[in-house]
Design a protein around this ligand. Structure first.
Ligand code: GUN
Ligand code: ZN
Length: 437
């Protein structure tokens, strides 16, 4: 169906990380008409120049239309244990994560969690995510079934683990390969669903399993590879013990053929310069997960170093729930700002919104598909209400320009700000009319 959305529209003239003047890369059209047709964006014009006659138009005053947010790293089965108290990464996995993930042997449990998770993403304006399921193929089946029903563009895969986890969560190199292959055949490219081969992280896979993952990835061009990398000091030391013959954590993946375009590494908090350079050379992407890194005490990710202008690494934003503490990309951006400030230089609104939209699309190799409100792109949009709370309404009266308004949303915003979420041209979440989507 053809219809229009009217409001202020967020765009970018370039990448703020690569610009001498980051603020100038923000391009706001104050009053625009965005025409959606057959799931895609057909036109974007200033309202004054638009011909909307005969078109059903939904008007969003006091709001800004953004590309749907992109979450480059998140675990749907951990929704049930978000906010688990008191441990750093390796203990947190043993105490909270592995016990929770065992429940996903049950398809009904997985189906309910997938429904809750995807509804929560949409309530927070996130329309694409790179998602970890569990080791059970039925957890992937449940996730893609629900995402396909909603017509959301999702990337997901079965976790591969063949050591150092409870027996109920282990596969083998061969079984993991076969189950992943069957899921790729069943789901990759079905509607908007895309498959990610998902070895959890180096400590829970034998070298044979990492090799098998590399082989599978080569056999299915267009699929993704996602895993964790250099999140926590104890984890890094463990990888050094387990793979003494390798030059470092990233080298474990590199030698197994797991670097390249559409490889997405979560965290990468403690990379060496050589490792950043390897990511740049191979086109591998990083997912910055600030709320998780703060919650687990993992460290402060150096965003500006990652995206250094002479060798920028593709970079997106991840909630990493359930180690991350919110589904909201706005709250995650608030944390990203604080993490960057802890390293001496804060992210501007241009940096933040770019990471959550265009940067995420680039990191997921979907630049021509999502992450921009531009003709030809899929019509995934989020409408952010500038006056969603009494405090926001008051604060916005003193904001001088769009950069300030957007920065205030990064600092104070959460799900209350998300007025509506559109997915492939359909309204999937309407804050003020629950159930309408
Ligand atoms: N490293 C390996 N598995 C996980 C996980 O589930 N969450 C986080 N944050 N790090 C991990
Ligand atoms: Zn993670």
């Amino acid at each position: 169906m053809r219809r229009g959305l009217r409001g202020a529209v967020l765009g970018f003239t370039g990448d703020p990380f690569l610009s001498d003047d980051p603020a100038s890369t923000l391009r706001i059209t104050e009053d625009a008409l965005v025409v959606l047709d057959d799931g895609r964006i057909a036109e974007v014009r200033p309202w004054s120049a638009a011909r909307a006659r005969g078109l059903e138009v939904v008007h969003y005053p006091d709001a800004i239309l953004c590309p749907g947010f992109i979450d480059c790293h998140v675990h749907y089965p951990q929704t049930q244990m978000i906010g688990a108290y008191g441990a750093q990464l390796l203990d947190w996995l043993d105490l909270h994560t592995f016990p929770a993930e065992q429940a996903y042997a049950d398809p009904a449990h997985a189906a309910e969690a997938a429904r809750v998770f995807l509804a929560e993403l949409l309530r927070n304006g996130t329309t694409t995510a790179a998602v970890y399921c569990t080791v059970h193929p039925q957890s992937v089946e449940a996730f893609f079934t629900e995402s396909h029903r909603l017509n959301t563009r999702m990337i997901a895969g079965k976790v591969l683990m063949d050591r150092n986890a409870p027996p109920a969560l282990l596969d083998t190199a061969e079984r993991g390969y076969e189950e992943s292959r069957a899921l790729i055949e069943r789901w990759h490219g079905v509607g908007r669903q895309l498959y990610a081969i998902t070895p959890r992280f180096a400590p829970t896979s034998t070298p044979a399993q990492l090799e098998a993952a590399g082989q599978l990835w080569r056999e299915y061009p267009g699929t993704y590879l996602q895993t964790h990398l250099s999140e926590n000091e104890a984890e890094i030391a463990w990888v050094r013990e387990l793979f003494p013959e390798r030059d470092g954590y990233l080298d474990v993946y590199h030698q197994a053929g797991l670097t390249g375009r559409r490889a997405v590494f979560g965290h990468a908090v403690h990379l060496s310069e050589e490792e950043f350079a390897c990511c740049h050379r191979t086109g591998s992407s990083l997912a910055h997960c600030p709320s998780s890194n703060l919650f687990l005490g993992s460290g402060l990710f150096p965003a500006f170093q990652a995206r250094r202008r002479d060798r920028p690494v593709c970079l997106g934003l991840g909630t990493d729930l359930g180690a991350g503490t919110s589904f909201s990309q706005l709250r995650t951006l608030g944390d990203a700002y604080k993490v960057a400030m802890g390293r001496g230089r804060g992210l501007t609104a241009a940096h933040g919104f770019w990471l959550a939209t265009a940067g995420g699309a680039e990191a997921l190799d979907l630049t021509d598909t999502i992450g921009h409100i531009a003709p030809g792109h899929e019509a995934d949009l989020v409408v952010l209400d500038l006056k969603a709370t009494p405090l926001l309404e008051y604060r916005m009266r003193f904001a001088r320009d769009w950069a300030e308004r957007l920065f205030v949303l990064m600092t104070l915003g959460d799900d209350r700000v998300v007025r509506a979420t559109w997915v492939a041209g359909e309204l999937r979440h309407d804050r003020d009319k629950p159930g309408a989507g």
